[in-house]
Design a protein around this ligand. Structure first.
Ligand code: HEC
Length: 197
């Protein structure tokens, strides 16, 4: 086959390929219809509230997403004070990036607490705790980006307060004995050592 014929065949193949998979409005590329009875929210593209797929229940979301990523933050901050003071903070760029990634994940995941079916009541307190977690986690992310150890540590404590606050209000018996709270203690995380240590 001459070169020009090969080129021609290639063009034809590509054109055919485009026609087959291009956006020609055929039935194969039709977009899904919104779930019956729901209308797209403002700024949500074509998505409606009924489109969120909240496969995890709240307990699973906590364990696999929120708690997991919060500990990716907390394990990277604080001091263990014994005979020597051991710092838990990242010591290189990769470590700080990992800390920031985890904090940003918690911040975004706080929105998942507000998806349909997740809030335990219609009280704004639930929303406020989710926002408190968001803001603390964003601050932790910002401070990890700046590698500001003290501010990163304090933001981590604020995250912990948001978790505890919500648990105290929404989990039965949490204001009873401490054992009822599902949160693991923040092991090894202690207040900053005095400056001369
Ligand atoms: C807006 C409220 C709210 C916030 C904020 C919140 N939680 Fe929870 N969490 C709950 C509720 C409610 C449960 C109980 C869920 C259940 O058992 O059905 C729970 C359960 C848990 C559990 C137990 C999961 C299990 O396997 O039983 C852990 C762990 C947890 N949360 C960690 C955290 C951490 C860590 C944070 C903060 C970084 C946090 N939570 C923030 C409401 C919240």
């Amino acid at each position: 086959m001459k070169l020009s014929k090969i080129a021609c065949a290639l063009v034809a193949a590509i054109t055919l390929g485009l026609a087959a998979c291009g956006g020609d409005g055929g039935e194969n590329d039709a977009a899904s219809a919104p779930p019956a009875g729901s209308t797209p929210g403002e700024g949500m593209g074509g998505a409606t509230l009924a489109d969120f797929r909240t496969s995890l229940n709240l307990q699973e979301l906590m364990a696999h997403v929120i708690d997991y990523n919060a500990f990716e933050v907390w394990h990277r901050q604080g001091w263990i004070i014994g005979d020597d003071v051991v710092e838990l903070f990242p010591t290189d760029d990769d470590g700080w990036i990992a800390a920031e990634n985890a904090a940003r994940t918690v911040a975004e995941a706080s929105n998942l607490l507000l998806l349909p079916g997740r809030p335990l009541d219609d009280d704004r307190a639930w929303v406020d705790f989710a926002h408190q977690l968001h803001d603390a986690a964003m601050l932790a992310g910002d401070m990890a980006e700046k590698k500001d150890k003290d501010a990163f540590f304090n933001a981590g404590t604020d995250m912990y307060r948001a978790c505890r606050g919500c648990h105290q209000r929404y989990i039965a018996n949490v204001d009873g004995p401490p054992a009822a709270d599902p949160m693991k203690p923040l092991e090894g995380r202690q207040a900053p050592p005095p400056p001369n240590q």
